[in-house]
Ligand binder design. Structure first.
Ligand code: SF4
Ligand code: SF4
Length: 241
């Protein structure tokens, strides 16, 4: 077993469905074996509406113990809205099954690059005891939500004071959050993920090199899997939640 794999999260079992059922993420009452492939989950899934993603198919592949599902891009399309969880007539929960599959994939080094964007949250949590929206996310929010949102973010403290709210003091957790992250092995896990992402980036560079891409071009793309470049945010201070 890979180091830092949590046996409660992704217990090693003979089949994918056993792992999903035994995982601490899924409830005892999970109706995985009762799935009738009705497709209500896919019908209510916003991700399925815009992509080829299908929670019904994922459940089917899990029931068939098709381990290739771990390599499928599909498992990364869910964004945890839980509509499938609410709509399933058999008390199944494709969303939590997807969470288990993602974790299993990461344990095997598959899809680790998807986590690069989120590493900044963990780093910030460890340092400050609070969560934040990653820099790249802020840029997207600025684009999507526009000037009004930027204005609120810039003037958050005066707005809070006008509303009679105290100043935010998220930095004083007396190291409690850090201690929790330390004792749960978060920092070790983070190190492992960063190393895997870096390996993939290097492999990507080597592959690009063979196709004849110049060094300058490679440099421009170097942020694709990088945490550092994703963290660049030259605008306002990061929003603390
Ligand atoms: S809604 Fe439930 S029973 Fe229907 S296909 Fe999805 S998981 Fe299976
Ligand atoms: S939680 Fe995921 S799988 Fe379920 S409906 Fe939402 S996006 Fe689809």
């Amino acid at each position: 077993m890979m180091q830092y794999v949590n046996e409660y999260d992704t217990p090693e079992c003979k089949t994918l469905s056993e792992t999903a059922k035994k995982s601490i993420r899924t409830p005892e009452s999970l109706g995985l074996d009762r799935c009738i492939q009705c497709g209500a989950c896919t019908a209510s899934c916003p991700a399925a509406r815009f992509t080829d993603y299908s929670p019904r198919q994922i459940v089917k592949r899990v029931l068939e113990n098709d381990r290739s599902v771990l390599e499928s891009e599909m498992i990364w399309s869910c964004f945890y809205c839980y509509s499938c969880n609410v709509r399933c007539p058999r008390n199944n929960s494709p969303v939590t099954i997807v969470q288990v599959l993602r974790q299993m994939a990461i344990n095997e080094g598959i899809g680790v690059e998807k986590l690069a964007y989120f590493l900044e949250i963990g780093e910030y949590l460890g340092e400050n005891g609070a969560s934040k929206v990653p820099g790249a996310g802020i840029s997207n929010m600025e684009r999507d939500l526009g000037e009004r949102w930027i204005g609120i973010k810039r003037n958050l403290e005066p707005i809070r004071s006008e509303l009679g709210l105290s100043a935010r003091d998220v930095r004083d957790t007396h190291g409690e959050v850090q201690a929790i992250l330390e004792s749960t092995g978060y920092f070790e896990r983070e190190k492992w993920i960063k190393a895997r992402v870096q390996e993939k980036r290097i492999r990507g560079f080597l592959k690009t090199d063979r196709t004849g891409t110049s060094c300058t071009e490679k440099k421009k793309n170097s942020g694709d899997l990088g945490f550092e470049s994703d963290r660049e945010y030259t605008g306002q201070e990061a929003l603390t939640v």
